[in-house]
Design a protein around this ligand. Structure first.
Ligand SMILES: [Zn+2]
Length: 268
């Protein structure tokens, strides 16, 4: 296991190099070329996700609160209906969950692409003038693209005293909705938990079990997926201690790196 961890660390270092400054070297780094020896070539072993497709689902949308009618519309959720979407939470300082999930997802996407993956995001912007997509669209996002897995990225907003830490939510074995993906989704949940722990994050102190894992049957995002999927609450935005991590670029990089390690570990 130690070897695997070291190998993944090496892969991440290479991925960080491959991602490079976004505006100038991203394309060159993603397409190794013998005519561009300065473009940080990434040979086979450094691209372990070649041929893989990963769907990232950054929770909520920055403008959701301005569209209550649209996000309140009932949509299919897996044998029942739920509102299209919710506003998400925020830190006490007002940093929104939608922006946090967007920024973390962007970093995860860049690093996964550097490792050779095709990455599909469920929303293409973080805008106060936009809403959605609805949870049914997010739930099905991996199905048409033939994705290997779908990762839904959120943060929680618990006001419980001292509440902090991450938890990973997976679907139960529930026919006809998630019986087919329950097993691989459980393995994905364990990989995400392991990676977050190794990155120094702690399992949630305020959820049942205290092991950083949860199973929910009420989430369209999980119920409508035909590919292995989990929803991760990366931390509690109402915890001042975790808010300090989430609101810094370096802190978000730590979350993103852990999720990349989880994906590589799960798909290798
Ligand atoms: Zn959320």
């Amino acid at each position: 296991m130690r070897f695997v961890a070291l190998a993944l660390a090496a892969v991440l270092v290479l991925a960080a190099c491959a991602a490079g400054p976004p505006s100038t070297t991203g394309t060159a780094a993603a397409t190794p070329s013998s005519t561009a020896p300065t473009a940080t070539p990434t040979p086979g072993p450094a691209r372990p996700l070649e041929g893989r497709t990963v769907v990232l689902d950054p929770g909520h949308q920055l403008g959701n609160r301005r569209f209550p009618r649209e996000i309140g519309r009932p949509v299919p959720a897996g044998g029942f209906t739920k509102p299209c979407n919710t506003t998400g939470t925020a830190t006490d300082g007002g940093y929104p969950e939608a922006t946090f999930t967007w920024q973390v997802s962007q970093r995860v996407a860049a690093r996964l692409r550097g490792l050779g993956a095709r990455v599909v995001l469920t929303r293409d912007r973080n805008s106060a003038r936009a809403w959605g997509p609805c949870v049914d669209v997010r739930g099905r996002a991996g199905n048409r693209t033939g994705a290997d897995l779908k990762l839904s990225i959120h943060a929680d907003g618990s006001y419980a005293a001292g509440a902090r830490g991450f938890h990973v939510v997976r679907p139960p074995r529930r026919a006809p909705w998630t019986a087919d993906i329950a097993g691989p989704s459980r393995r994905l949940a364990l990989d995400v938990r392991t990676a977050l722990r190794r990155a120094g994050f702690v399992p949630a102190t305020y959820t049942a079990g205290g092991d950083g894992l949860d199973v929910r049957r009420d989430l369209a995002t999980l119920n409508l997926s035909d590919v292995p999927t989990v929803l991760v609450e990366l931390g509690n935005m109402r915890s001042p201690r975790e808010a300090r991590v989430m609101t810094t670029r370096a802190g978000r990089g730590r979350y993103a790196d852990a999720l990349v390690v989880a994906v590589v570990s799960n798909l290798r």
